[in-house]
Design a protein around this ligand. Structure first.
Ligand SMILES: [Zn+2]
Ligand SMILES: [Zn+2]
Length: 317
């Protein structure tokens, strides 16, 4: 599997060198790069969201992860590698999407802005959590060793990433630096409002444990003093073992979970199986790795839907 993927990537990179000529020709006849605007390649949705909000009409943002696609294991088409090579600014999260990391490493030069470098990342866990007074190791606790990339699920962190992005855009396009700063400030106000709604809405709840399909919610649970139990670890494609499924079912019973969460971009099958076993419901908790192709909305509206879902599932007053 790994070998097949890296072979495909190497092939894509090689093809891209050929395709680059075509993309350049395309740009010259006006269909590609816009000389009036900063061309930004954003690696996945939340980065597209902040780039569009902060850049406004001064930028042209391309999202490398198409709506409805799951970003963790994104493969770049030769055309997209061409977009990365042509972009004036590449906004990505190092360690999240190996194909994007590779394209940036090969051709990013000084055009890449790594949002993982803005603030120290939290350590990732394989989905387990600790109970007070118990040995670490309960609930399948098994550190991935890696860092948790899902920083956008803490709105205050996303605001800080936005401030740094505005500075970076201002260096790429000094004439409009003040506009970028102003728009980042406006976005910060909206994200801080959202943060206050989460803090108030999740303050008093009967339960604080989230049973989720992949351990994407570490920043959200850290920020609002919740606790996540992930059926899989930091990436959704890891198949959970029968032992892991049994552990999560035990956790769900122990914490009297009424809801097992699944995601829009990942199959709900495993969550449904556990829910049936423990007599719980399932509901969508969206990690915002991408917008679903049919639902639309934006970061703020999907987060507010998440908050309402959480308040119901955790019986918050
Ligand atoms: Zn994820
Ligand atoms: Zn537990």
């Amino acid at each position: 599997m790994k070998l097949r993927r890296s072979t495909a990537r190497a092939l894509a990179a090689a093809t891209a060198l050929i395709a680059l000529g075509a993309v350049t020709a395309c740009a010259e006849d006006g269909a590609g790069a816009d000389p009036q605007r900063v061309d930004v390649a954003a690696a996945f949705y939340p980065l597209q969201f902040i780039a569009e909000r902060i850049g406004g009409d001064a930028v042209r943002v391309t999202n490398l992860t198409k709506p409805g696609a799951e970003p963790h294991d994104l493969e770049l088409t030769p055309r997209q590698v061409g977009e990365v090579n042509q972009a004036e600014l590449i906004v990505y999260l190092k360690g999240f999407q190996p194909a994007v990391d590779e394209a940036v490493e090969q051709n990013g030069g000084d055009r890449a802005f790594d949002v993982a470098g803005v603030q120290p990342l939290l350590a990732g866990s394989a989905g387990g959590h600790d109970h007070e007074g118990e040995e670490a190791g309960h609930g399948g606790e098994e550190k991935d060793g890696g860092k948790d990339p899902h920083l956008w699920l803490d709105p205050t962190r996303l605001a800080t990433v936005g401030d740094r992005l505005a500075e970076r855009l201002g260096r790429a396009d000094p004439d409009r630096a003040a506009d970028y700063t102003a728009r980042a400030g406006a976005l910060r106000v909206e994200l801080e409002t959202l943060d206050a709604e989460f803090a108030a809405g999740l303050r008093t709840c009967q339960r604080r444990e989230l049973m989720v399909s992949h351990a994407a919610f570490g920043y959200l649970t850290e920020r609002y003093q919740l606790d996540q139990v992930g059926i899989t670890g930091l990436a959704p494609e890891n198949e959970p073992s029968p032992q892991r499924l049994a552990e999560v079912a035990r956790e769900a019973r122990e914490h009297q979970a009424t809801t097992i969460f699944f995601e829009t971009l990942v199959s709900p099958k495993v969550a449904e199986t556990i829910a049936r076993q423990v007599g719980a419901k399932t509901a969508v908790l969206d990690p915002l790795e991408g917008l679903s192709a049919d639902h639309g909305g934006d970061y703020l509206s999907v987060m507010r839907t998440n908050l309402a879902t959480l308040r119901t599932a955790l019986s918050c007053s």
